[in-house]
Design a protein around this ligand. Structure first.
Ligand SMILES: [Zn+2]
Length: 434
């Protein structure tokens, strides 16, 4: 397969590593990816793409789990200090990070590629054994780290963008690149889908470094059994009272929340497939001798299918309301994350397999693997499939220094170039050629 594409990939290999290291040095977590988005947008514009940003890329009412305005403000300032163009940052006011980029090359199908761009709330290791630290590109942003490989995904995205732009005259169709914010916590896809990110999309591809593909040279061509999820923040408000003199005057939010937590875990499991539920935090009360007027907890449900997750979420809402009623408290539910289940399209898996087989780099080709966890990509893919299109989620194998979301996480940079090559060849196979 030594041809024009191979030559183009070789030409940008050093740039891919430089991109990756730059994004790794300045990681940003969900809805604060101001610098990352600005750098990406600037490049895409240079390559000739038409961009949608801010309100054109993100539907505000569907943004979930957005940090407080003062937090966002701080991150916007930091992004400019760290080299982002101020005019691009302004467009993202309110945390509307991420970008949708189109390259229209005449009549033909629309092929979309999704790249997630956010980092994790983790303090990166400053151990000499940790390569990013040793080589001087460890996180400069305290308590945030690219510990899932999304820095690599952004780099691959830019590589793909550049190569496809160079091959523009040979393509017939539209290329759409979706750089998604807030993938962690399943927060970004819904707001992008409602802003039209996958309107008119015939094929969609997603990629992740590592996960089940733990060796360099390995590839998983399609993934399924993504768990659907709903993430809720729940607040109870009651009434404080003296615990000795007048407990009968209080409304006990702590007991409402505790009763609720126990009964959420007791929801009858559905006969049609696997479900999960977790109350992960619970804080309540003000003092030892005060009837607790306040309680707050964070919970999530998951389901093998979107319907099963809907069942768990609906039952949860009923129990939250009933527990409030038992203790005479008020309650409020805020959805802070959520995504659909998903299954890659068999035809697309076959195509990716053929392409990977023809690339000497891949020596361990696995057709399909079940994900068994949640990925916001499944939200994009499911909507594309509902509209009559197809999609697949690929895992590019990499030797990993430590597991995902570990402070020692690092992947093998030699996979970036083959990642670009695989994506470019897949797009060229799906889209029309002149
Ligand atoms: Zn990830």
């Amino acid at each position: 397969m030594s041809d024009k594409i191979t030559a183009l990939v070789e030409k940008i290999t050093a740039a891919l590593i430089a991109y990756r290291r730059d994004f790794h040095r300045y990681p940003e977590s969900g809805w604060t990816e101001f610098r990352t988005t600005a750098i990406v947008a600037d490049k895409l514009q240079q390559f000739g793409y038409t961009l949608r940003m801010g309100r054109k890329a993100i539907m505000e009412v569907d943004m979930m789990g957005v940090p407080l305005p003062e937090e966002l403000e701080k991150h916007m300032e930091r992004a400019v200090r760290q080299g982002a163009k101020a005019e691009l940052i302004q467009v993202m006011t309110g945390g509307m990070t991420g970008v949708i980029a189109d390259l229209k090359c005449g009549e033909g199908p629309t092929v979309a590629l999704r790249f997630d761009i956010d980092a994790n709330d983790i303090e990166e290791s400053s151990d000499e054994k940790h390569l990013p630290f040793r080589e001087g590109f460890a996180s400069q942003n305290g308590s945030v780290m690219h510990a899932c490989g999304h820095d690599g995904h952004v780099a691959i995205g830019l590589g793909v963008a550049e190569l496809l732009a160079e091959m523009k005259d040979e393509i017939s169709g539209t290329i759409r690149l979706i750089f998604e914010p807030g993938e962690e916590g399943s927060r970004g896809a819904r707001a992008m889908v409602s802003a039209g990110a996958v309107d008119g999309v015939d094929y969609i591809l997603g990629i992740h470094i590592g996960f089940q593909a733990k060796k360099t040279g390995q590839i998983i061509c399609g993934t399924g059994k993504f768990l659907a999820t709903t993430k809720l923040d729940v607040t109870y408000s009651g009434k404080p009272a003296h615990s000795g003199a007048a407990p009968e005057e209080g409304k006990n939010s702590l007991l409402a929340a505790a009763t609720c937590a126990l009964n959420l875990h007791a929801i009858a499991r559905h006969g049609q497939g696997a479900t999960r539920i977790t109350v992960g935090t619970l804080v309540a009360g003000q003092g030892r001798n005060v009837i607790p007027p306040n309680a707050f907890f964070q919970m999530e449900t998951r389901g093998e299918t979107s319907e099963l997750d809907d069942y768990m979420a609906e039952q949860s809402r009923r129990i939250i309301a009933a527990a409030a009623d038992m203790y005479g408290c008020q309650y409020a539910i805020k959805q802070v994350g959520g995504t659909k289940s998903g299954e890659s399209s068999p035809e697309m898996i076959t195509k990716v397999k053929e392409i990977a087989t023809a690339m000497p780099f891949f020596n361990d080709i696995i057709e399909y693997s079940s994900f068994g966890a949640t990925e916001d990509f499944s939200h994009f893919m499911t909507i594309v499939q509902q509209n009559g299109g197809m999609g697949t989620y690929i895992m590019i194998g990499s030797d990993l220094a430590a597991g995902h979301h570990s402070n020692y996480f690092n992947f093998d940079e030699s996979i970036l170039a083959p990642g670009v090559e695989l994506m470019v060849r897949s797009v060229l196979d799906l889209i029309g050629r002149k």
